[in-house]
Design a protein around this ligand. Structure first.
Ligand code: FES
Length: 101
């Protein structure tokens, strides 16, 4: 059963790009898309690059190693219907960011 874990303060997350944290033994990347925080596994399924180091354009992050794109809102490659990366529900209460894992 998923549990909520505290992550960080909203103010400390970058307003563009990503930041990763280890939560419940998983490396999870957090992205701010227009003020909404999204959480997704940080490891690229191609060769393991940290997606939190990728360039964020809208809701799409580009892997820093070989430029594969992923939609941080659903973990899919744009235009495809298969889940590539696990996404996690994020809750923001005041300035506190929590994630369900
Ligand atoms: S490691 Fe991400 S595209 Fe190759």
């Amino acid at each position: 059963m998923p549990q909520r874990y505290p992550v960080t303060s909203l103010a400390s997350l970058p307003t563009s790009g990503g930041q990763a944290f280890t939560i419940a033994g998983r490396r999870i990347a957090f992205f701010n898309v227009g003020g909404k925080i999204h959480a997704m596994d940080d490891m690229c399924p191609h060769a393991g690059a940290p997606l939190s180091d990728g360039r964020l354009n809208g809701c799409v992050v580009t892997c820093p190693w070989h430029a594969w794109d992923f939609d941080v809102t659903n973990g899919r490659m744009p235009g495809q219907n298969e889940d590539c990366l696990k996404v996690y529900p994020v809750h923001v209460t005041g300035d506190q960011v929590e994630v369900e894992v």
